[in-house]
Design a protein. Structure first.
Length: 208
């Protein structure tokens, strides 16, 4: 499987813009970041950006082009996600394309009753088991917000259900930085420790 991926069989090229048009959009975006800026309502984020060289005025942050260029230069241009067993199955690079489900959907159409209702933790567990069994699903997300749980623990319990019911790579999210750190700690514990998990990472956090 890995050989097939690296030979480009997972690549899908869909190009609506020319390279010149892409560069023009990038240049315009960088100009806007440096002149208009963005609203950043997270104190620590503003402090980090200020130390890196951005201009901070209240909640408005203006990011100079040199900082954008630096960030694009140092960020890795590829990474690989692994199964729970350590098999490299998702080389995220080049034109590779992977398929998975979404997350945070507020409602579910119950296949047993036909009822449209809020999702529950049991729905997350059942759905993830189905996704784990589907051969053409490469990565797993949580499907639903478990409305039957207290919001302060919902994302952590949701992630625990994912860990218990799938060995595929995960994409996960939470509005809480503490939750994200706890989820990473869970992944490290399941892998046998931080160093072992760093060697064969199996998940990626995404923004919300």
């Amino acid at each position: 499987m890995m050989k097939d991926i690296l030979q480009g069989q997972r690549g899908v090229r869909f190009q609506k813009l020319t390279p010149e048009q892409c560069r023009a959009i990038h240049d315009a975006s960088v100009r806007l970041l440096g002149t208009v800026g963005v609203e950043a309502h997270h104190d620590e984020a503003r402090d980090i950006l200020a130390r890196a060289g951005a201009t901070v005025e209240g909640t408005r942050v203006r990011v100079p082009r040199r900082l954008v260029d630096w960030a694009l230069e140092v960020v890795p241009n590829s990474f690989t996600l692994h199964t729970r067993a350590g098999e490299p199955v998702m080389p995220v690079t080049g034109m590779n394309v992977f398929f998975g489900n979404g997350s945070e959907t507020p409602n579910i159409l119950d296949h047993r009753t036909g009822e449209r209702r809020h999702g529950t933790l049991a729905d997350v567990a059942e759905g993830v088991r189905v996704l784990d069994a589907l051969p053409h699903i490469d990565f797993v997300m949580s499907l639903f917000v478990p409305w039957d749980l207290d919001p302060t623990v919902a994302y952590l319990e949701q992630f625990k259900a994912m860990l218990r019911n799938s060995t595929k790579p995960f994409l996960f999210l939470s509005p809480s930085g503490a939750d994200i750190r706890a989820m990473v700690a869970m992944l490290e514990a399941v892998a046998g420790g931080r160093r072992l998990y760093a060697r064969n990472p199996g998940a990626s956090a995404t923004s919300m």
